[in-house]
Write a protein of this length. Structure first.
Length: 256
């Protein structure tokens, strides 16, 4: 059996957001949107406020909420123009968060749908669906936590992706080895039938995953445009960090 479905579904969750990109160019998931984004900050939430933290040399902590901007605990005095920009940036960010949660949630669902089918088919144990359902519910609960910001926060995203990879990939790989051993000693006719069955499942999953990824494209494109608007606002801010440098909440580049 080919491993493309297994690898693609496990990678999908991380590819969409851990790399801080709205894209899936590095997997077999055909999501035809690519909008790379990066930030020097990790973003989290405290109540209704967004916290931007950079502990890599600069030790900068920004808090954005209710139109107010605090830099290292001190409220910034904003010009009229910057106040409008900060308000617009915050509005876009508040709309971006639920959109990005929706993408992460769908990525988790796609991954678990495929992993479950592969695991059951390889092991021959339908009861395994219950194990995957519990893990799926836990991952979705994390993805939809009100304090979870699924952009520019590698630690939180790894908290969702790593348990999936750690718990289930070795198990499925072990089942794949067991399946291959069974096929090896099953005789040529049975082995061919087993291989044909797995190939059919692989193609079916591939088709369904591609369709679901395509359905995400309008949302992903909207997220790209929103992030680009935020970058345009960011570039025009005149407020500065204590060292005189621009805040630079984020950076983007549109793929060719």
């Amino acid at each position: 059996m080919r491993t493309s479905i297994l690898l693609s579904t496990v990678m999908l969750t991380s590819t969409l957001w851990v790399s801080q990109s709205v894209k899936a160019d590095d997997t077999n998931i055909d999501l035809k949107v690519s909008c790379e984004t990066s930030s020097q900050y990790q973003i989290s939430m405290e109540g209704q406020a967004f916290v931007f933290e950079n502990t890599d040399g600069r030790n900068t902590r920004l808090v954005l909420g209710g139109g107010n901007l605090f830099i290292n605990g001190k409220k910034s005095a904003l010009s009229v123009a910057d106040q409008e920009r900060i308000d617009a940036f915050e509005t876009e960010l508040r709309l971006l968060v639920p959109e990005s949660r929706k993408v992460v949630s769908e990525a988790v669902n796609i991954a678990f749908d495929a992993l479950t089918e592969v695991a059951v088919a390889l092991s021959g144990k339908p009861a395994k669906r219950g194990e995957f359902d519990k893990a799926r519910a836990k991952a979705l609960a994390s993805a939809n936590d009100p304090d979870f910001v699924p952009i520019f926060n590698d630690q939180s995203l790894r908290g969702i992706v790593d348990p999936i990879v750690t718990e289930f990939v070795p198990e499925i790989m072990g089942s794949a080895v067991g399946f291959a051993m069974k096929a090896m000693f099953a005789g040529e006719e049975k082995a061919q039938a087993m291989e044909a069955r797995m190939d059919a499942m692989d193609k079916d999953l591939d088709t369904r995953i591609d369709a679901r990824a395509k359905a995400l494209e309008p949302l992903a494109e909207g997220i790209c445009k929103r992030i680009q608007r935020m970058q345009s606002i960011d570039e025009t801010l005149t407020v500065r960090l204590p060292d005189g440098k621009p805040i630079n909440f984020l950076d983007t580049k549109k793929a060719n």
